[in-house]
Design a protein around this ligand. Structure first.
Ligand SMILES: [Zn+2]
Length: 136
């Protein structure tokens, strides 16, 4: 019998910000410089003569880390997508906090109603122990 109709303005606002679809991804783009296989190439001795830069996109998927080469021209787009993903994760955290705050208020209201019903026989539920569970 809970009424969720009254969404707190902060939650409504955050939720609207959260669900603005945009291309984004997790992972990182790294620059690499490589040695080639030729024994007499300068890259074998001089780190500055290594070939590249080459760019690798590294992503964790299903417990595995995958890397692949991407073109230099793709790097700015990838960085923007990764940045968008990072912002999204932050927004999710803020959204979680706001929803948990809301959940606390709901819990306290239910507790207060119960206490009022029992008239005086108060159940002292300990104060919440802060937000501990982190999800990602
Ligand atoms: Zn070389």
């Amino acid at each position: 019998m809970t009424n969720h109709a009254a969404v707190p303005p902060q939650v409504a606002e955050l939720s609207a910000a959260l669900f603005q679809p945009r291309p984004m991804r997790r992972g990182t783009v790294n620059e690499r410089r490589m040695k080639c296989g030729q024994a007499n190439c300068a890259c074998q001795r001089d780190p500055k003569a290594r070939h590249g830069p080459y760019y690798m996109l590294t992503q964790a998927a299903g417990g595995k880390t995958r890397s692949r080469y991407v073109g230099a021209d793709q790097v700015p787009v990838l960085r923007r997508q990764i940045e968008a993903g990072r912002e999204f994760r932050q927004q999710v955290e803020v959204y979680w906090d706001a929803c948990e705050h809301w959940a606390d208020a709901e819990l306290e209201a239910a507790e207060a109603a119960e206490a009022a019903e029992k008239k005086g026989s108060r159940r002292a539920l300990g104060k919440r122990s802060g937000k501990s569970s982190r999800r990602s």
